[in-house]
Every structure is written in C-alpha cells, then in structure tokens.
Design a binder for this molecule. Structure first.
Ligand SMILES: *Cc1c(COP(=O)(O)O)cnc(C)c1O
Length: 391
C-alpha cells in the first residue's frame, strides 16, 4: 500500500487522519461484483461500517444497495444516490420517526426484529395509507465463533425473532393489512473468517424456509446478512477478501427457490483494508519494564481496541520507508493514545523498529468501524480523512 514518495507526502499532513486507498476500494468492489454476479446475488453495503461520503459515492456507483441501521443512515444513503428500492433498514430499536420517514421514502424493506415492531410499522403505514414491505429477522441460533461483542445470531443476543415465536408473528402479520411480508433476514455476526458458520447458517435457513413452505407462505427474498471477515494480521497478503469462496458456500448450501432473490449485507469486507489511521509519535516514555509510544491518535479516532480488544497491525512508516538503518533494531512498545483512559491503548508489548518523536505510524485495516465510530470525547476534533486520489 505504501511507498517512499507516498510516505513523504503523508508526512506533510497534520495528523491524525484516515488515509483511504481508493484504488484498493475499487478493486475490492470489483471483486465482490464479479463473484456475486455469477449467482445473481444482490449486495447491500452496510453503511454502519463506514459512512464516509467519498466512499459511499464510489460504492453506490458500483450499483450496490444500502443496508442501514438508523434513520440517519437511510438519509445518508438517499443523499448519496442509493436507490430507495435498494435500501434495507434493520435494527432492534427503530423509532416512530425513523419508520415514518423511511415509509415516506419508500425504501425496499424493513428488517423487523419483534412482534411489537411489526405492530407499530403496520399502524404507521396505515396512517400514511401505505404498505410496508418487511422481512423477518430471524435468529438462526448459529454461533459465529467470533468475539462475543460482535456475535448476533444466538438466542441470548437481543437481535432478531426466535424460531419458537414464528407462529405468533404470523398471526400478527395476518391481522396487519398494511404489512407485506416479502422476506427472511439473518445476520449472525461480524469478522467471521472461517466459512463453516455460513454453511451452518444456510442449513438453518433451509429448515426455517421449510416451516414457511408447509404453511403455504411464499418468501420472495432471502437476506443472509454480512459478516465476512478480513485479515487484520497480514493486511497486504489478502487485501481483497476471498469473496469467491464466500459466495460459493451460499450457492452450494442454500436452498434457493426459482422465484427467490438472495441478498447480502457486506460492510467490513468491502471497506476495512482500504483505510489506514495515520498518526505521529508524540513522545517515547521509557519505563522499567515497558516502553511506551504515545501517539497523537487515540481511542477517539479508533475505538475498536478499547471496545473489543481488536488487533490492528501497527507500522512505523518513517523507520520502514525513510530511515532504513533503524529498521534493524526492534523493541517492544506499548502503543497508546493521548486520551485520559487506561483503555486508550492500541497494543501492548508490540515489536516495532526503534521509534522516535515525529515518526509516522500506521494503524492498518481501519477502514471499517474506524472513522465512523470516532468520538469527540476530551473535546477532540472528529477524525479527518485524506484520499489517495487527492494527494
Ligand atoms: C453490521 C451489520 C452488517 C454488516 O456486517 P459486516 O460484518 O460489517 O459485514 C450487516 N447486516 C446487519 C444487520 C448488521 O447489523
């Protein structure tokens, strides 16, 4: 991703900032498209991974739909030209205002997560004299084997409708004249690198479909969510995730009926690798046991390590590209930010070239759940962005 002349340019820009490699984003999008098109699968980009407008414009141009989890995400999708008929709206707690505005915008589908939500959508649609298309988000009770904070498809999670509730859900829908049930929706979690959970999901979806078939309820759309993982440890090795194998699993194991359309909601796998958080070393603190690198970026720019102990590869770009002799001496550092929280630490005991004040540091694979999760805590400025085509 980096070379000497790029590093020299980045050095002149005020840190911290996100750097986006748009070439890599475009290559990733092209790979998703090529593999999904083989099976006529529909892709909805999950805005919550990164709602940066420059990125949204590129993703929208590729013809993807949008997967939103708030009213403001629906608005951002519309503002950036996503077609309303390609917008799906999920979320366990949609407000009346968010539902009403989405009905007015005529989005494709609400992914519903409870009986009470279906009632409310029916009432609001009725008062607007509209029909709301909904999909039932069903909890498949599949363990995604990912971090417990980002697993969503187990009965103990707050998300989705459980299988044993389906009878009463269908009773509710029968009595809801402004609801049009068009699909089933699933999302088992995030950062799933092993494809086995997706195969298990297919098996569960087939069983659940059978339940509807035996009741003569036709389901036009299957939405299997997102969750494909990326390689955080070696970001340059598989910069474009293996979409081929991922879609193959669904094509092979999902029982797709002739009339059905299959939808995916990919977030992380599309944008994670194209983003890098660039920061400078403010100070080196030498302790008895630990040496600290204090960066000018912290959990306010990238909260993932503090929130769910996530790993991001750290590179000293100055030592690696501009000052070769230093690359030979490596030291263990705790790499921390400036925020007044002990959890504001990106990595403990991380092996890096000998580092100095002013060195440029890259936190890799931060295009997803990075900038979009940034905070103003400590009255910090919101993280800025620089694009590869603009420098
Ligand atoms: C977060 C989320 C996604 C995207 O997940 P990724 O792991 O980023 O692909 C898709 N669908 C729903 C409902 C989500 O909440």
């Amino acid at each position: 991703m980096f070379n000497k002349s790029l590093i020299e340019k980045l050095q002149t820009i005020e840190t911290p900032f996100y750097y986006y490699d748009l070439e890599l984003l475009k290559n990733t999008i092209a790979a998703v498209k090529a593999e999904a098109d083989k099976y006529n699968f529909h892709i909805h980009y999950a805005l919550k991974a990164n709602a940066n407008e420059q990125l949204l414009k590129i993703i929208c141009k590729a013809g993807f739909g949008a997967d939103c989890v708030s009213g403001n995400e629906v608005k951002a999708a519309l503002k950036n030209n996503f077609n309303p008929s390609s917008i799906v709206f999920a979320g366990v707690g949609k407000t009346d205002k968010e539902i009403t505005e989405s009905l007015v915008s005529d989005i494709f589908c609400f992914n519903c997560e409870s009986i009470e939500e279906i009632k409310v959508i029916n009432d609001l649609a009725s008062s607007l004299n509209k029909k709301a298309r909904i999909a039932l988000r069903i909890n498949p009770n599949v363990n995604a084997n990912t971090h417990h904070y980002i697993t969503t498809g187990l009965e103990e999670n707050k998300f989705g409708i459980n299988f044993w509730e389906l009878e009463s859900v269908m009773d509710e829908i029968k009595n809801s004249s402004n609801i049009d049930l068009i699909g089933l929706h699933f999302h088992i979690g995030s950062q799933i690198c092993d494809l086995e959970p997706f195969r298990l999901l297919c098996t569960r979806v087939n069983e659940i479909q059978h339940w509807f078939e035996t009741r003569n309820i036709s389901i036009a759309h299957l939405n299997v969510g997102g969750g494909l993982g990326v390689n955080y440890h070696e970001p340059d090795k598989n910069a474009v995730p293996d979409f081929k194998s991922y879609f193959e699993v669904f094509n092979k194991f999902l029982d797709i009926k002739k009339h059905q359309q299959v939808h995916f909601e990919l977030g992380r796998s599309i944008v994670a690798q194209c983003g890098v958080l660039i920061s400078k070393v403010l100070f080196i603190k030498k302790g008895k046991k630990t040496n600290f690198i204090i960066l000018d970026a912290g959990m306010t720019e990238l909260i993932r390590p503090a929130l769910y102990q996530s790993y991001h590869k750290i590179e000293n770009l100055t030592a690696e590209f501009l000052s070769f002799e230093r690359d030979k001496v490596e030291t263990n550092y705790d790499v921390a930010g400036p925020i007044c929280e002990s959890s504001d630490c990106f990595a403990k005991s991380y092996l890096l070239p000998e580092s100095k004040r002013g060195d440029l540091i890259a936190l890799r694979t931060t295009g997803a759940y990075g900038q979009v999760m940034s905070l103003e805590y400590n009255l910090r400025e919101r993280a800025k962005a620089i694009y590869s085509d603009g420098i």
